[in-house]
Design a binder for this molecule. Structure first.
Ligand code: FAD
Length: 376
């Protein structure tokens, strides 16, 4: 608990986790300073297109943000219908009654999620200090500095295009080992990526294959392509305090281990940590009550997905496409169920952090983590 209400609370990192924590604290009357190592928000994402998933709760994610007092004043594209492909190029349309996710832009530009959070925080009185890379912060403080290891990578291009809005996903180990390749187009801008869970050294090979396959399947056209890549760090922690300072978002390892939809974990953990400081409650108890079972379920999902192989993936995509409402299907898969709770100890043996994977030794290494370390 804060000893004095005028204690300034400092936050390291102005990603969604840090900014949401700051907004929650300042709305409760606290003085907040956010330190951001880069010259602006969303630096590691440039102008990446990402999906704000809308399937882990029955409530719509935008409504959830509003209820939490977090702005929804960013541009977004509600996405219901999309197209998935198996490794043979067979297409499977997927559909949902309400948006499966909202496409948002990341990065510093006006209209992006990061910029909207920044504007809200600053308007409420949060002081954001850019180019302020902190190593230590005294209590009261929150740590929100993003991923600390590469358990998965997403690499490819940002570009301009005349293609129609839409999203396309290919589940094929030949394009994305252990993961999936995706193409997102919105308003003349696009992102094409391979999201890989292993074999990082050969990312360029998989990026090339991904681009060629999307050219063949959907006529991908890229103008002014710019390389972009980033990392994801997933694990289920035991305690997420550093001393008495809560750790939130991906720095804590909060991520969707199945497919890397980490933004909602970042937002939710930011709110929980802020409340724990305000109320003097135990943040560990809070995230364990609200997030832990879902984190564990995502480990089981990943273990299952990693066992599928070529024919299993084909079956899986076909099965998903048969669902009349994919959002509801994903809701069931992402939320805890008895069988998955039983399987968790086994899944945990299979799904381990790649922190020690020799594919990314962090020494004399050309992988995306090491190459793009400066603006991760
Ligand atoms: C290519 C890619 C695609 C993705 N797509 C999706 C998607 O479609 N949907 C989804 O939900 N999630 C997606 N994710 C994951 C999602 O982006 C992250 O989970 C989310 O941004 C985590 O938020 P965060 O606030 O914890 O960390 P970050 O967004 O990484 O923010 C951390 C901030 O801390 C700053 N920082 C670091 N060190 C310091 C320091 N010492 N002092 C001060 N500041 C510091 C960093 O500069 C950064 O601004 C994707 C990730 C990648 C890499």
């Amino acid at each position: 608990m804060l000893t004095q209400s005028h204690d300034t609370i400092q936050i390291a990192g102005a990603g969604p986790a840090g900014l949401v924590a700051a907004i929650t604290l300042v709305r409760a009357g606290q003085k907040v300073i956010v330190h951001e190592a880069k010259p602006n928000v969303g630096w590691r994402f440039k102008r990446d297109l990402q999906g704000l998933e809308n399937w882990t709760t029955k409530q719509d994610v935008l409504q959830e943000l509003e209820d939490l007092g977090i702005t929804t004043d960013f541009d977004y594209l509600p996405c219901k219908q999309g197209m998935t492909y198996d490794g043979t190029g067979q297409e499977y349309p997927i559909r949902s009654k309400i948006p499966i996710f909202y496409l948002v832009e990341r990065g510093p530009n006006a209209g992006s999620l990061d910029n909207a959070l920044l504007v809200q925080a600053q308007q409420l009185g949060v002081e954001v200090r850019f180019n302020s890379c902190v190593r230590q912060l005294p209590y009261p403080a929150i740590l929100a500095t993003g991923p600390k290891a590469a358990d998965a990578i997403a690499v490819g291009y940002h570009f301009e295009t005349d293609m129609e809005d839409g999203y396309w996903v290919i589940c094929d180990d030949e394009l994305a080992p252990g993961g999936y390749a995706y193409l997102l187009i919105w308003n003349g801008k696009g992102t094409v990526k391979t999201c890989m869970f292993t074999n990082f050294k050969h990312e360029q090979h998989y990026v090339q294959r991904t681009v060629i396959t999307f050219q063949k399947l959907v006529g991908l056209e890229m103008k002014n392509p710019v390389e972009h890549g980033g990392v994801g760090n997933f694990y289920v922690p035991t305690h997420v305090y550093s001393g008495n300072r809560p750790i939130i978002g991906e720095q804590a390892g909060f991520q969707d281990t199945l497919w890397g939809f980490g933004m909602r974990y970042a937002i939710n953990s930011g709110v929980l940590a802020a409340r724990s400081i305000l109320d003097g409650t135990d943040y560990d108890a809070m995230w364990q009550a609200e997030l832990k079972d879902r984190l564990k379920t995502s480990i089981v999902n990943r273990a299952f997905y990693s066992l599928l192989g070529h024919y299993g993936l084909k079956w899986f995509i076909k099965y998903v496409a048969k669902q009349s409402d994919v959002r509801q299907f994903l809701y069931r898969q992402y939320n805890p169920m008895f069988l998955k709770t039983l399987l968790y100890p086994l899944a945990k043996l299979r799904v381990k952090s790649l922190r020690n994977d020799l594919a990314c030794s962090h020494l004399d290494c050309e992988c995306v983590w090491c190459r793009m370390g400066a603006d991760r």
